[in-house]
Ligand binder design. Structure first.
Ligand SMILES: [Zn+2]
Length: 76
């Protein structure tokens, strides 16, 4: 009986508790330890309001400097 991946709860699994991508995540967790990984995720991925404003300002500046660059276009 298929069930959802234990970690992401998105992918259907048949033989394993984790989908292939979450198996990779689990391996990384095993190598570096959950405390280190949590610290890295909190430091790198989670942005406070001040950091978000810096990023928004940076993108706005780059967009103004080079309006022809479609990589900053948010109309997708
Ligand atoms: Zn998964």
């Amino acid at each position: 009986m298929p069930f959802l991946c234990t970690l992401c709860q998105l992918e259907t699994c048949y033989l394993s508790a984790f989908c292939p991508e979450c198996v990779q995540i689990k391996r990384i967790l095993n190598v570096y330890g959950r405390t280190n990984i949590l610290e890295i995720l909190e430091t790198v991925c989670i942005r406070n309001n001040k950091q978000q404003q810096y990023k928004i300002k940076d993108i706005k500046n780059k967009k103004e400097e080079n309006p022809a660059d479609a990589s900053y276009d948010d109309s997708e």
